[in-house]
Write a protein that binds this ligand. Sequence first.
Ligand code: BTN
Length: 305
Amino acid sequence: MQNEIINLLKREEKFSEKTIEELREVEINDFAEIIKEVGQQPTEHIVREEILNGLDTEVIGKELYVFKEVMSTNTVAKFLSENGAENGCAILSEKQSDAKGRLGKAWESPLGGIWLSIIIKSQVPHSKLPMITLATGVAAVKALERIGITNAEIKWPNDVMINGKKVSGILTEAITKFNTIENVIIGIGIDANFDVNVLSKELQEGTTTLDIELGHRVDENEVVRYFLEEFEKIAFAFNDNKFEEILKEWRKYSYSIGKIVEVREPFSKSYDAYVLGISKEGALVVEKIDGTLEKVISGECIIKK
Ligand code: BTN
């Protein structure tokens, strides 16, 4: 982990006081302080002060770091969560060089996107992790509504779609000690203002951006602020065990319910099914061709019609 973070610092032009060799010798606590310092240096597109200015939250994003480029904001968040970051700390980067998507896939993160991770310091039960992902999707859709996008939907479990194309993805990672979740890292990518042609060929057709959908560039810092505010509201609902309320919102925005999908679960054969709804644990409830009902807990569902 320390090596990975050193790679992060190597990319920061402003960070020149210490050599890489010196950094390797730095105590882990001091190292976390160095990272926090780098995360407060000036950036061009995603700007710390602009996000914080007017941010109406109590906890989420109150501690906030913005980098020019990191490998993955989730990795930085993981490191900081174990080294002194507060609950609700947010980490952003203008670019990511080795970002992680769901199911072990890479996530392309060019300049012009919003690449954000939030640290939740709470011993969430394993069974509630899917609910965090669903809640984050709802927060994303609500943030988009605030910039005038009223037709965003959520494809189970966590893709935000506009007009059938993906605009945002969410990766929730749990940090466990002796099988107990200590911290949760919620990573979200929102394709805001870049040309989809910079993405690899296979992603171009299925991807859209906020810029394309609105017909003009968006203020990325404003979108981040709105997202942090919406995320806090839903996180408070989660803390108050208002799961039914969260699911109700999710159902309202669902892109998956009522569609025929190909279900691809890890380690099992894929099959076609009709999506009936979402269970109280956040699993997708589907009806197979032979009429049997299944709960899909992990994996992906490819929409067929
Ligand atoms: C997916 O749809 O596959 C999930 C994509 C999650 C991407 C975000 S961008 C910020 C954070 N850092 C990462 O490395 N991944 C997440």
